[in-house]
Design a protein. Structure first.
Length: 241
C-alpha cells in the first residue's frame, strides 16, 4: 500500500534537511515525506525568480499524482507559504499543519516598513559570508534558548545556504513581501492544526488568534519547545503529524 504524501516546508535560513529529525522520529513511517528546499535556499539557492507564485508552482509540481491530495506542513516562513498554498489549492491540500507560523502582517503600513527593513537586511546579507549570517540569525530573539544539540543542527543547516540566495528569499518571500491572509482564514475547510512551542509566547498567541478564525482548527503547544519545535522536540512534532 502506498503511503500518503506529507510535504514539509522549512523556515527562512533553513533547508528541507531541517525536517530530518521529525522524519526519523516516526513521520517517515506513516507518510511518504517530501521536504524540498524552497527557492533561495540550499540546493534551490540559484533558482529564479524567488516569488510566491513560483514557489506555489514548485509545490504543486512536487506533490505526486497530478490532482492527488496531500498533507502540507510548514514551519515559520514555510508555514506562511503553506497557508498560501492551502488557500490556492484547497482541492489538493487535505490537511494543513502550521508550526510557529503567521498569516502575515495585517497592517499595510507595518507591512511596508517590514519590506523596507527586509530590503536593508538583504543588502547586508549580500555583503556577508554565510558563516556570519548563520551566527547572526542564531541570535534572533525568537530563536533564543535553543539547546546545544538543536542549535548545532540549526547552524549546520544554515550553512547549506548562500548569502545571495537568502537575500533573494528575503526580498521575495519575507513578511513584508507577502500579502496578509488574516481576512482569508475563514475560507479554509480542510483540518488545520496550529502548532507552537509552549515557550514561544508570541506564536502561541498568534496560533490561538488564528484558531478563533478557522472553523476547522485545533491549537497544540509542543512541550519544552520554543520557536523551533521541530528541532527541540521532534518526537512530539512527529507524533502530531
Amino acid at each position: 500500500m502506498q503511503l500518503p504524501t506529507l510535504m514539509l516546508l522549512h523556515g527562512f535560513t533553513n533547508t528541507g534537511a531541517c525536517w530530518q529529525p521529525v522524519i526519523s522520529a516516526g513521520a517517515g513511517e506513516r507518510y511518504r515525506p517530501i521536504a524540498p528546499d524552497i527557492r533561495g535556499h540550499g540546493t534551490a539557492s540559484e533558482l529564479a525568480p524567488v516569488t510566491l507564485g513560483a514557489v506555489l508552482s514548485d509545490i504543486a509540481a512536487l506533490a505526486p499524482g497530478g490532482r492527488a491530495p496531500f498533507t502540507l506542513a510548514g514551519y515559520s516562513m514555510g508555514g506562511r507559504i503553506a497557508l498560501h498554498a492551502a488557500l490556492a489549492m484547497p482541492y489538493r491540500v487535505q490537511r494543513l499543519i502550521l508550526l510557529g507560523a503567521s498569516p502575515g502582517l495585517a497592517d499595510a503600513g507595518e507591512r511596508d516598513a517590514r519590506r523596507r527593513a527586509d530590503e536593508r537586511l538583504a543588502d547586508e546579507f549580500e555583503a556577508s559570508t554565510i558563516d556570519e549570517i548563520a551566527a547572526r540569525w542564531a541570535q534572533t530573539p525568537v530563536l533564543a534558548g535553543l539547546g546545544l544539540e538543536a542549535a548545532a543542527a540549526a547552524r549546520a543547516d544554515r550553512l547549506r545556504n548562500t548569502p545571495a540566495g537568502l537575500a533573494r528569499a528575503l526580498r521575495g518571500l519575507g513578511a513584508g513581501a507577502l500579502p496578509s491572509l488574516w481576512d482569508s482564514l475563514g475560507e479554509l475547510r480542510m483540518p488545520v492544526e496550529l502548532v507552537a512551542g509552549e515557550r514561544d509566547a508570541r506564536f502561541a498567541a498568534i496560533a490561538r488568534r488564528m484558531g478563533e478564525l478557522i472553523p476547522t482548527a485545533t491549537v497544540t503547544l509542543i512541550p519544552g519547545a520554543g520557536h523551533a519545535a521541530h528541532l527541540e522536540n521532534p518526537v512530539a512534532v512527529a507524533a502530531l503529524l
